[in-house]
Design a protein around this ligand. Structure first.
Ligand code: HEC
Length: 258
């Protein structure tokens, strides 16, 4: 007699019913017509389901890309990295006094370690047979606290960010504008104004606005360059009158985005 003769591997995804823990499970031969061969029948079905799910998921993400941080503009040194939305809750808890600074190890290792460690240990700590959430108050309570904390921290983090300003960092939103670098005023602009207004008048987030489509006359521009305006400090321009005229002319010649 061959070993394993007449033996069939069957797939079974039922969860053991612990109330009959001491009874020996019935043999599958007692369910005639309800068993199927593991190979190839069961496995083929599993593969099919898996493939359909994967392809569906692929179509979904291709059709609706997830809202991730936009690609950073490499020309922008003012860029402050921010985690994608699904990690914002971890990022947010680092803002608490006792999870940052000297205590940052608590925020980076301690709290996440506790949370994920508890998840790992959950099956060992909580061995109750009940499957209703109401019968497992500790596990249910911990999970609820975890979910609520995650949602709340994510919300707080999202609310604290100036998304309009961040959008300016994106390459996609980078203004496609090129100035005439052969203009005699270009060099003066580079030396005095580029650090805040960008090499192509596109602005630098957090430092200075773009200088595109400005309505100002040459006189006004010269005045702003020397005396500043609003948050722009005076004395940014440093040079001769001729350079100042060329600078104003450079901006007027290149300000139009049309
Ligand atoms: C230290 C950064 C900084 C430098 C350098 C700088 N600017 Fe500015 N500039 C600003 C800021 C900030 C504003 C916005 C002021 C406001 O509206 O409060 C501004 C505004 C302006 C405006 C007005 C824009 C508008 O929409 O009306 C002009 C024009 C301008 N700058 C020209 C220049 C020129 C020309 C130079 C070079 C001589 C220069 N800036 C250098 C920071 C700077």
């Amino acid at each position: 007699m061959h070993r394993g003769k007449g033996m069939k591997f069957v797939g079974d995804s039922r969860i053991q019913d612990r109330s009959e823990r001491n009874t020996i499970p019935k043999d599958y031969s007692e369910y005639p017509g309800r068993t199927e061969a593991f190979w190839p029948n069961f496995l083929l079905k599993e593969w099919l389901v898996g493939a359909v799910f994967l392809i569906g998921f692929l179509c979904l993400v291709a059709a609706a890309p997830s809202p991730l941080e936009t690609q950073a503009d490499p020309n922008n040194s003012a860029y402050i990295p921010l985690p994608d939305w699904y990690f914002l809750f971890l990022y947010e808890q680092l803002k608490f006094e006792y999870a940052a600074g000297d205590y940052v190890i608590i925020g980076t290792v301690g709290i996440p370690g506790l949370a994920f460690g508890a998840l790992l240990l959950a099956p060992f700590l909580d061995r109750g047979p009940g499957r209703r959430p109401s019968k497992r108050p500790i596990a249910t309570g911990m999970m609820l606290i975890g979910v609520i904390a995650t949602i709340w921290l994510t919300y707080e983090s999202v609310a604290a960010v100036d998304w309009d300003e961040r959008a300016e960092y994106s390459v996609e939103n980078a203004v496609e504008h090129e100035v005439d670098e052969s203009h005699p005023g270009y060099e003066t602009f580079v030396n005095n104004c580029m650090s805040c207004h960008g090499g192509n008048l596109e602005g630098e987030p957090g430092l200075g606005p773009d200088l595109l489509d400005l309505p100002h006359t040459a006189e006004v521009l010269q005045e702003i360059a020397v005396e500043g305006i609003g948050d722009m400090p005076p004395g940014m321009f440093d040079g001769t009158d001729e350079e100042l005229e060329q600078l104003a002319d450079f901006i007027i010649e290149n300000t139009s985005t049309e």
